[in-house]
Design a protein around this ligand. Structure first.
Ligand code: NDP
Length: 300
């Protein structure tokens, strides 16, 4: 029985971070410029605290300045907007990320729209979404950007490949589809109202699953040899009560059919933070009119 090539996102992300660190070091020598990433956390959500800490640590490891802003859960929308205005005006800050979700008294759309377009390293601002859709120099959301890098390295020539994106969220599904279209794939977006999901998936040379439904995509939904990118991060119960992470793809049955696939964990997840660093480097370079050279590790 054939077994899919495992796409080692952890290793790939480590090599991407090495490439980013090298360019950061070069920016410092050539332009006396240190990219700066500001991460804003409102409240004490434990998972968000871990994400924010990791983002800060990895930014520092890449040689960047990391600015952490921790605000109480009672922060008002006006207070958060004021903080963002300060960061927009701060020349040492090239990228701003506000950790989501935000407490209910704050409208996350208003916050995202307040971030300067050029500093929007999450790529969630409507102007960046529009630039991506129309082929401009957008800041691209980190998770789909990471998926695309893996596909460029592992899926061969993307031109003309039939890609199916499962999920249509603004942070994963839609930008993923826009990126694949930009790479000249023939793109289908499927979602909860799609009539026959399995049939749509079976046509895919490239399948990106981002639905948040544990192990939904079965091996017999896949075209033999397809490249499968599993974005899903779902916690499922285990007999010892600890639970474990599972993707949106049923790993065991997919392994025998796919040509290459990402595991969960260790696939897309590590690429997301690495692409945040890449976006911060890109933002800093663009803000100073410095050309950005592509960093694209190859398959290992
Ligand atoms: P959302 O909940 O915002 O969107 C889920 C999408 O999947 C929606 O478009 C929804 O359709 C569709 N969907 C849900 N259930 C089904 C179903 N049964 N059949 C078909 N389509 C379905 O999720 P996100 O896009 O934010 O995230 C998706 C997954 O990716 C989650 O598991 C999340 O944890 C993970 N994730 C992982 C990241 C990483 O770094 N690895 C980063 C971001 C997300 P509809 O629009 O019709 O409701």
């Amino acid at each position: 029985m054939a077994t899919a090539t495992m796409i080692d996102g952890k290793n790939f992300a480590a090599r991407l971070r090495t490439g980013i660190a090298a360019q950061v070091a070069q920016l410092k020598t050539s332009h006396d410029l240190t990219p700066g990433l500001a991460v804003v956390l409102v409240g004490e959500d434990p998972a968000s605290q871990i994400y924010v800490r990791n983002k800060g640590l990895q930014a520092q490891e890449a040689g960047m300045n990391s600015f952490q802003h921790r605000l109480p859960a009672t922060t008002t929308q006006a207070e958060l907007l004021a903080r963002i205005a300060d960061l927009n005006a701060d020349p040492a800050v090239h990228g701003i990320l506000v950790q989501l979700p935000l407490p209910t008294q704050i409208d996350s759309h208003a916050i995202i729209e307040a971030i300067a377009v050029a500093k929007d390293v999450d790529g969630f601002h409507p102007v960046n979404a529009g630039l991506l859709a129309t082929g401009g120099d957008a800041m691209v959301p980190c998770t789909p950007l990471g998926c695309l890098m893996l596909l460029k390295a592992y899926a061969g020539d993307l031109i003309g490949q039939r890609a199916v994106v499962l999920g249509r969220s603004n942070i994963v599904g839609k930008p993923m589809a826009a990126l694949l279209l930009r790479e000249h794939c023939t793109v289908t977006i499927a979602h909860s109202r799609t009539r026959d999901l399995a049939e749509e998936c079976r046509r895919a040379d490239i399948l990106v699953a981002a639905v948040g439904q544990a192990q939904m995509v079965k091996g017999d939904w896949l075209k033999p040899g397809a490249t499968v990118i599993d974005v899903g991060m779902n916690r499922i119960p285990t007999p010892d009560g600890k639970g474990r992470l599972a993707g949106d793809v049923d790993f065991a049955s997919a392994l025998a059919v796919a040509g290459a696939m990402t595991p969960v964990p260790g696939g897309v997840g590590p690429m997301t933070i690495a692409c945040l660093l890449l976006n911060t480097l890109t933002a800093a370079s663009r803000q100073h009119g410095i050309p950005v050279s592509e960093i694209l590790p190859t398959a290992d």
